[in-house]
Design a protein around this ligand. Structure first.
Ligand code: ZN
Ligand code: FE
Ligand code: FE
Ligand code: ZN
Length: 268
């Protein structure tokens, strides 16, 4: 098995610690082995450091005092499985404008192999939660406004220097609400900012399990990112052990198509 093959690593998985996933960390590692992967990054949701303690939802992320236990558990599994699979210590960290320093201080004591940067919160509300659907349903102007605000936040996340991999880049499409034009006119700026950041992006099969039924990012965005030289890694965003490596064959096909499309564009 070639452990350097990036298409054999799942770079985004959760555990029961976050309160909305099922299965212990060891179950995810076993699932990765069974799926024939060479590496799995455990990347559970970061504690909700930016909110007062009484407003942190235990169904969205682990508690603050759970973080050291989480780290110890993943490191111990890394030792235990060393000869069979690479278990990487990661975390999915929310980008919250104005709280960059808080995140930096929170993560600094721990030896993370990778930090995923995610924009789930836009202007203080959970943009991809089910309760946000009525907001998208207000009409095309509001949909565009959400996408634009999301794009601005994502650009700031890319520039923050906090992250190794940017996740589900076109997340506002989750429930099927598309902007009138890509990213409400900011897609080229997003690609430029991501390319300049040095971050990789994930090609995630998570979107295939959502109402939108499409991997993140969409084919045209993925093509533009590849053309701009942005590294792409694969991920499942598994919230259950059975989802580890979910539809990676399809992701490999999507990536190959994006590479072919970006090359044919170069030739024009
Ligand atoms: Zn989650
Ligand atoms: Fe996420
Ligand atoms: Fe996730
Ligand atoms: Zn996610």
């Amino acid at each position: 098995m070639d452990r350097a093959d990036v298409s054999l690593a799942d770079n985004h998985t959760h555990t029961a610690r976050c309160g909305h996933a099922e299965g212990e960390t060891v179950d995810y590692v076993e699932a990765a082995l069974a799926a024939g992967l060479s590496a799995i990054a455990v990347t559970d949701h970061v504690p909700m450091f930016w909110l007062p303690e009484d407003q942190r939802d235990p169904h969205l992320a682990m508690a603050l005092d759970d973080l050291p236990r989480y780290v110890d558990e993943v490191l111990a599994l890394g030792d235990q499985y060393r000869d069979r699979i690479d278990v990487r210590l990661g975390i999915e960290a929310d980008f919250i404008p104005g709280h960059e320093e808080g995140l930096r201080r929170l993560l600094e004591p721990f030896p993370f192999d990778l930090v995923l940067g995610s924009v789930h919160w836009v202007d203080g509300w959970l943009m991809d939660g089910p309760r946000s659907i009525p907001r998208f349903q207000q009409g095309p102007d509001e949909v565009d406004r959400i996408w634009k605000a999301y794009a601005e936040t994502l650009i700031r996340a890319a520039r923050s220097g906090l992250f190794d991999i940017l996740t589900h880049l076109d997340l506002p499409k989750k429930f099927g609400f598309r902007p009138s034009v890509p990213f409400a006119g900011r897609q080229a700026d997003v690609v430029t900012a991501v390319a300049a950041s040095g971050c990789a992006v994930e090609l995630s099969s998570g979107g295939l399990r959502k109402p939108v039924g499409e991997a993140y990012p969409a084919p045209d965005l993925l093509r533009d990112l590849v053309a701009a030289g942005v590294p792409v890694v694969l991920s499942s965003d598994a919230h259950a052990p059975a989802e580890v490596g979910f539809r990676f064959d399809d992701l490999r096909d999507l990536l190959a198509s994006a590479r072919a499309a970006s090359q044919s564009r170069h030739c024009l």
